[in-house]
Design a protein around this ligand. Sequence first.
Ligand code: PMP
Length: 300
Amino acid sequence: MSEQWIFLDGSFVRKEDAKISVYDHGFLYGDGVFEGIRVYSGNVYKLSEHLERLYDSAKSIMLEIPYNQQELTDIIVQALQKNELNDAYIRLVVSRGVGNLGLDPASCPAPQVIVICEELAIYPEELYEKGLEIATVATRRNRPDVLDPKVKSLNYLNNILVKLEANMAGVSEALMLNDEGYVAEGSADNIFIIKNETLYTPPGYVGALEGITRQAIIELAEELNYEIKEVPFTRHDVYTADEVFLTGTAAEVIAVVKVDGRVIGDGTPGEETGKLLEAFRDKVARDGVQVYEGSSVRVG
Ligand code: PMP
């Protein structure tokens, strides 16, 4: 990539100049919200869904985003054009902005909007071919009545602690349970299991983020006539599943072949998981907002 441009403080600045104040409450307190968005062949995948989740997260923490959805769409499109990117990962951040050292958001008059676009650092293809090993970690998903996982906030310490545990265990991803012991999600991915051709994924109230990819897979699976159940399940159900996979904007659909030392299926990525990944990849370049000419950039 030649020069990288970042949207910060209302304009585009070079990556080297993209600096924020140490008094920004996003930095001091994790006070803010964010989204990770994919661009496939000049198509911003499910942009309106990501923006809706961003505005919902912001509303939940009483953070006013200083742009409407159309303006944010235009900024994202400009960012991709300026960086000449066709396939990319976008990080959209809205922090509470600069305030004083106290935690009170009242000292922060101007929320900060940041858009970073980068060429994709996709997981190595080898991981898709071999599948992942994951392990249950001791850290539990934060309870919805404490900090609701539906809020995609800058406070990711819960997930970071989980990732540290996965690293310590020498596995690629973590399996995170909620406080009742039901399976919630990975450190940054949703989980699905398949048993007797039925797909299961934990419902939002168990403590999972309502992933955009999760929803896309639910819709795709319905089109492909799978039965889908959004119900709580336990580790036993994961261990004895025919197939297990994770979903997320960065990971897309990735098979899990070992959980806590138990081999899933025959220890290779499952056939149905492969079909879902293929169907997902087949759709992504059409399901969103086009960035380049001949395309509409209006959101609904
Ligand atoms: N759970 C968590 C905690 C996440 O951070 C993410 C990634 N944003 C996901 C699930 C997957 O969500 P999505 O499909 O919207 O990327």
